[in-house]
Design a protein around this ligand. Sequence first.
Ligand code: MG
Length: 109
Amino acid sequence: MTPIEMLDQQSERAAALCDRAIKAWGAEAQMRHSMGELAELIVAIEHWFQGRYTAKDEVREEFGDVMSMLSQIQCMHFTPAEVRQAFTRSLDKLEQKLVGHEAKRGGEG
Ligand SMILES: [Mg+2]
């Protein structure tokens, strides 16, 4: 299941919670909070590379926090279709990079 599918499954609940969060704390505070959650994911990934035995749990926890914040950013500023389109473009870019990478490696053999 992709992150987009996860967001789709929780979309009604996420939208309702997003509205409540914006009413409670404001859009700017939630955008700033999203930066904090992204930073926490970066730290958790760094812990993974350091070999901390709790890193997988940390990354999973922060992944969930980031997904929640991505859902809030989406509901504040973008339609689901816009986010889906951006996700598709990102996958297209990854695919293009892989095609180039694999072509180079194929030429090395
Ligand atoms: Mg967190």
